[in-house]
Design a protein around this ligand. Structure first.
Ligand SMILES: Nc1ncnc2c1ncn2[C@@H]1O[C@H](COP(=O)(O)OP(=O)(O)O)[C@@H](O)[C@H]1O
Ligand SMILES: CC(=O)N[C@@H](CCC(=O)OP(=O)(O)O)C(=O)O
Length: 261
């Protein structure tokens, strides 16, 4: 029986809220098992870009990333957000190491081909170096992964954090029983987006299709759930979507929305 590895993704709305983020990090530190943190930061990037006079354009939850926006993404995700998370984890006694996909060559991607939409410098993941990630875990380092990848041409590419978490989980499922937990600012996937307590306990592809058709599940939740189902189909053991406050409960299956096939 292989060991459980927790891959926890934290979204940009939580990162932007210092109190909730700090409480979440304290719980992440308490999670007593091999673990990886994948972070977003879309909200911070949008704020900093606006201060620099760069407008944000999102299509289906993905940021249109021209060169100026790529520079913002690289600075904000790989620098500001990643290093602040690492500093807080280190202060709490957790030996975190901050990485983009380029560091240690852990996640390589290819620039998304231009079809109906030109997303610019956005990467579609091609390869996750699970052996390199394993080497870090064996050294008792806790990887903290920013939503950036690199191309074989030597450029950084902006990559959705939910997809980073899902692809990392799939690669690590070769050696671990992976428990993937998406933490955000709501208690789970809601059956009624206006009622924060209407948490769906368990969601399968059929119920997902129904909620999507009725409009109850929309916007950023659609790519998150597509990533969640893709991870399960590719061998990840468990996927949960929960509030950042409920990480430790979700880790034992008693909070949030459990995704099933
Ligand atoms: N049924 C739903 N339940 C919960 N959230 C939903 C639902 N439908 C849409 N959403 C939206 O999805 C968002 C989460 O996606 P996203 O903004 O990409 O999160 P993150 O930045 O944490 O990855 C929520 O903030 C919420 O506005
Ligand atoms: C290509 C793409 O869309 N990248 C995302 C990466 C950040 C992210 O995913 O952050 P959240 O998890 O906070 O949404 C973006 O720039 O918004």
């Amino acid at each position: 029986m292989s060991q459980t590895l927790y891959i926890v993704k934290i979204g940009g709305n939580v990162i932007d809220n210092p109190e909730v983020c700090s409480a979440f990090l304290n719980d992440f530190i308490k999670l007593n098992a091999p673990k990886i943190l994948v972070h977003g930061g879309g909200k911070v990037a949008t704020e900093i870009a606006a201060k620099l006079g760069i407008e944000t354009q999102m299509v289906e939850g993905r940021r249109i990333t021209d060169k100026a926006m790529l520079d913002v993404a690289t600075m904000v995700y790989g620098g500001l957000v990643n290093k602040n998370l690492v500093a807080q984890l280190q202060a709490g006694g957790c030996n975190a190491i901050g990485l983009t996909g380029a560091d240690g060559g852990i996640i390589r991607s290819v620039k998304r081909p231009v079809k109906a939409i030109d997303y610019g410098f956005v990467g579609d993941i091609e390869a996750v170096n699970d052996q390199q990630i394993n080497a870090l875990l064996y050294s008792s380092l806790i990887p903290v992964i920013a939503p950036l990848t690199y191309s074989s041409e030597g450029t950084m590419l902006n990559t959705n954090a939910d997809t980073m978490a899902s692809a990392t989980a799939v690669a690590m499922a070769k050696t671990y029983k992976v428990n993937l937990i998406y933490c955000f600012e709501k208690k789970g996937v809601l059956s009624n987006p206006d009622d924060d307590d209407a948490v769906i306990a368990s969601l399968n592809p059929e119920s997902y299709a129904n909620y999507k058709n009725s409009g109850a599940i929309n916007k950023g939740m659609i790519p998150k759930l597509d990533n969640a189902f893709a991870a399960l189909e590719a061998g990840v053991d468990q996927v949960t979507i929960c509030h950042a406050d409920d990480l430790l409960e979700a880790a034992i299956g008693s909070a949030g929305t459990v995704i099933t096939l």
